[in-house]
Design a protein around this ligand. Structure first.
Ligand SMILES: [Zn+2]
Length: 99
């Protein structure tokens, strides 16, 4: 089984989100929860993991190991202040063209 990119966040409203590489959503949630508790804002019951399929190739470039792990400091888009999409022009693939 190979690793897939997941976003793990602290529920709604979403305050903190980390990128986790894991085999399953359940595993991602566990790995991400350990990272989120460092931000002191998350309860296990609120923590959610969602597989990121849209920019999977781009996100896989941040993988650091073959074991499940978390990337806490992703480069953030200067326009929409989110991570997860490849840079395009002065923004990213998610916000390009939006005002
Ligand atoms: Zn953007």
């Amino acid at each position: 089984m190979s690793l897939h990119p997941y976003v793990v966040h602290d529920g709604e409203p979403q305050e903190v989100a980390v990128l986790v590489f894991a085999h399953t959503a359940q595993e991602a949630r566990k790995v991400g929860f350990d990272a989120l508790t460092g931000f002191d804002c998350s309860e296990w019951i609120d923590v959610r993991a969602k597989r990121l399929r849209k920019h999977e190739g781009y996100l896989m470039g941040f993988r650091q190991s073959d074991e499940p792990h978390c990337i806490e400091s992703m480069p953030v888009c200067p326009r929409c202040e989110k991570w997860g999409a490849p840079p395009v022009g002065d923004g990213c693939a998610n916000c390009e063209g939006e005002s």
